[in-house]
Design a protein around this ligand. Structure first.
Ligand code: ZN
Length: 167
């Protein structure tokens, strides 16, 4: 396994809608393992394939490891199949936009389907931080980042702050 380079916004690959992974082969398994290692090293709790330059519909997450035992999850070709009416706003960081904390509105509960590395279809409901994390990572697969989820005024403010971080 190896730690991969995490692309920084505005790399165009972060704004590219991703294509389905399809069949799960050794290359996909290696990519997922490298992405988990990269996420833990960052350190972060979620990482999507386009953030390491692979514009395919796959992300990894672990919402537990910062507070206890690791619970790595790999979602291949995920879909969000249901969203709660209830919305909550929270602060989100992103490994591709270091130093930026954006206030983003998300559904508080979702249902997602995906395939694991064993190719078996999964379906599960999520709430709390996991629901937020999945919506954030799923956005990456659609070519969206937190900047795309805030008002134009807030985006302008965040982009100015980000330029200062990069300078
Ligand atoms: Zn992100």
């Amino acid at each position: 396994m190896s730690v991969l380079e995490i692309l920084k916004w505005p790399d165009p690959r972060l704004s590219t809608p991703c294509i389905p992974v399809g069949g799960i082969d050794e290359e996909v398994r290696r990519l997922a393992a490298d992405m988990l290692e990269t996420m833990y090293a960052a350190p972060g709790r979620g990482l999507a394939a386009p953030q390491v330059g692979v514009t395919k519909r796959l992300f990894v997450m672990d919402v537990a490891w910062k507070d206890g035992a690791p619970e790595p999850v790999v979602m291949v070709d995920p879909a969000i199949t249901w969203r709660s009416d209830e919305i909550a706003t929270g602060i989100e960081g992103c490994l591709s936009m270091p130093g930026i904390a954006a206030e983003v509105a998300r559904n508080t509960e979702i249902e997602a389907t995906w395939r694991g590395l064993d190719d078996r279809p999964q379906r599960h409901r999520f709430d709390g931080f996991a629901a937020i994390c999945i919506q954030h990572e799923y956005d990456h697969l659609e070519g969206l980042v937190t900047f795309d989820r805030v008002s134009p005024e807030e985006r302008q403010r965040l982009e100015a702050a980000y330029s200062a971080v990069l300078a």
